[in-house]
Ligand binder design. Sequence first.
Ligand SMILES: Cc1cc2nc3c(=O)[nH]c(=O)nc-3n(C[C@H](O)[C@H](O)[C@H](O)COP(=O)(O)OP(=O)(O)OC[C@H]3O[C@@H](n4cnc5c(N)ncnc54)[C@H](O)[C@@H]3O)c2cc1C
Length: 303
Amino acid sequence: MEKGRRVINVNLIQELSLLGCKILKNEPLCRHSSFKIGGNADFFVEIPNEKALLYCLENISSYRYMILGEGSNVLFSDNGYRGIIITLTGEFKNIEVCQKEILAGAGASVQQVLNIALKNNLVGLECVAGVPGTVGAAVYGNAGSKNMWIGSFVESVEVYKDAKKRCLSKDQISFNYRKSSLASCVITRVKFLLKKDTKNDSLDVIYANIQNRLLTQPLDMPNVGSIFKNPSVCSIGKLIEESNLKGVQVGGAKISDKHGNFIVNTGQATSKDVLTLINLIKETIKLKFGIALETEVKIVNDK
Ligand SMILES: Cc1cc2nc3c(=O)[nH]c(=O)nc-3n(C[C@H](O)[C@H](O)[C@H](O)COP(=O)(O)OP(=O)(O)OC[C@H]3O[C@@H](n4cnc5c(N)ncnc54)[C@H](O)[C@@H]3O)c2cc1C
């Protein structure tokens, strides 16, 4: 059967509803992206437990689908998404602590995990202080700062791959700058191994990290964080600034005056506006510095 069928089978809708899923039809994706951009998804399914997830994955192989966390690293198309957007809720938001380990569901918020770690005097995750989003996405994209990332604290990850459950130990996963080897998996649970804090200076690191974000990032306007990955040798924000691109606006999208690697939605930005700015930056930086940029934001096409 061709991938990308547009109408979900009625039986599938009924079964998923009985298993506790919430299914929304023609759901506006602008409600689910921190950019506040995006047309309607054919279906938006909130999955609260593993039984429902397994049933869903076993039965949607003929549909186009994607897993969504909090939408803080995605640019949806103005035309929406032809297929099914899946988000993990309910038991996937659980967080448990056992000595130096934290077991977190993929749908749990990274900042909540960080708070619970702090309460239990567990340190390591300071590099994700202020990073919005879910545990699943953070591990999938190896979130963090330039030199410290969440993958360094992962002990094991539970995933579904081709609708089969697997538990991968850290030795079976590779983490690099803003990427992991988990790209074709649905991450359901992550075990972190942290260190007991003896000096109690973790809060200072977190405070400094958050202060720095407040000073340098346009947090008062809808955005998705860094648009491009930093080239290994320099900061892309600086290169964009040196190219006099800060403040350039197309439609409702603007290259932030505060941080060159952020694009903000001034109110009515479309995905087309943002893509025009992305292309302008790419072309300018290639021409001026000979550097080919790679986007950090996930650009999600409608079909
Ligand atoms: C103001 C701001 C600051 C930011 N600062 C940082 C920063 O310092 N460092 C940093 O790394 N990022 C940063 N980001 C980007 C973003 O917060 C991270 O990439 C975050 O991990 C995305 O989480 P999310 O739940 O919103 O993911 P989403 O945007 O919903 O999804 C991102 C990707 O993860 C995939 N995904 C989601 N859940 C799963 C799952 N369970 N299994 C498999 N794949 C999954 C999605 O399919 C998608 O491809 C920032 C964003 C903002 C808005």
